[in-house]
Design a protein around this ligand. Structure first.
Ligand code: CUA
Length: 349
């Protein structure tokens, strides 16, 4: 028993060690490596609180171990006299009440300004309304000069705040809520988590110091593919961002008879895709992501798969098989229909 338990403990320690090494090497979602003002504000609170807590932990657990060892039961050979029995010690009791109270007051004093700082509305932000769906993100750029709708990949210029409104009160034309269940939006290197709750409105801000792709994901259990509900925040230079907006504002590609993509374009309406997806000026589905410029994105299906003809084909063959719980049903498309549809999707850039 003793040996196997010791082996178990060693295996656990080695496992945790390996896990930590692996995390340190490839940690695109490392909240301890902030790369924006909001995440840094949180980090500046987290680090001192962590060290205060660590010192107390070591002190308390250390003393506990010392006393456990020193005063352990030595059986019948224990010839030490009974310790002096005490009742009440005003100094001690006063001490262990006041010291933790002071420590917690210090932590609160540091936490309150952080909360207000994070909640402060930024000046001149880019406004984006985010809606959580099972299992993907919808972004609506609501500033009149942008006016873009996209999914999963949030574009943002570096050095400028994005003010995110997680609006759970928006409704479709038929009166049902856009939002389905509670999700939580998290880009660890840019800010903390904020829940998106049907019927409520929450806000958060994101700003990146340097260009790059910041990975994030849903962090509130929302169903079968909660773990597959990923996102990318793509921070780019202001010029690149403007170019992206211009691309997104272009009308959708519309193949004409004779184009290789024309058959897929027709299948898009006849095989049911149009019932759920919008392609601006062509279809008006409001269930799935807007596909007007889908092929300009680097990933799809909740940023789960890299964008490629092969991955799109695999996806169209059986969406719930690729991503459990997917609202997109298996339409029993034939291989020929799939290749035609993928040829059309590739033109939606
Ligand atoms: Cu959405 Cu978990």
């Amino acid at each position: 028993m003793g040996v196997s338990r010791r082996r178990g403990a060693v295996a656990l320690a080695v496992g945790i060690g390996l896990l930590m090494t692996a995390c340190a090497k490839h940690a695109p979602q490392d909240t301890l490596k902030p790369n924006g003002p909001a995440a840094r504000t949180i980090d500046h609170l987290y680090v001192p609180v962590f060290w205060i807590a660590a010192v107390i932990f070591v002190l308390v657990q250390g003393l506990l171990l010392v006393f456990l060892f020193k005063y352990r039961d030595r059986g019948e050979r224990d010839e030490r006299p009974e310790p002096v029995q005490l009742h009440g010690n005003t100094k001690l009791e006063f001490g262990w009440t006041v010291v933790p109270a002071v420590l917690l007051a210090l932590v609160a004093a540091a936490t309150l300004p952080t909360i207000f700082k994070l909640a402060k509305k930024p000046t001149n932000p880019i406004n984006v309304t985010v809606v959580g769906h099972q299992f993907w993100w919808e972004y609506r750029y609501t500033d009149p000069d942008i006016g873009v709708v996209t999914a999963n990949e949030l574009h943002m210029p570096v050095g400028r705040d994005v003010y995110i409104t997680e609006d759970g009160t928006l409704r479709k034309p038929d009166g049902t809520l856009d939002a389905d269940v509670i999700h939580s939006f998290w880009v660890p290197r840019l800010n903390g988590k904020t829940d998106m709750i049907p019927g409520r409105v929450n806000h958060m801000k994101l700003k990146a110091d340097t260009p790059g792709v910041y990975l994030g994901q849903c962090t509130e259990f929302c169903g079968l593919s909660h773990a597959n509900m990923r996102l990318k925040a793509i921070a780019e230079t202001p010029a690149e961002f403007d170019a992206w907006v211009q691309t997104m504002k272009k009308p959708a590609a519309t193949p004409v008879d004779g184009d290789p993509a024309f058959a897929g374009y027709q299948l898009f309406t006849s095989r049911g895709c149009a019932g759920c997806h919008t392609v601006d000026g062509y279809t008006e589905g409001l269930v799935g992501p807007n596909l007007t410029h889908v092929y300009s994105r680097t990933s799809f299906a909740g940023a789960l798969f890299d964008m490629s003809p092969a991955n799109l084909s695999k996806w169209l063959r059986n969406p719930p098989g690729e991503k459990p719980g997917s609202r997109m049903p298996n339409l029993n498309l034939t291989p020929d229909e799939i290749s035609k549809l993928v040829a059309y999707l590739e033109t939606l850039k």
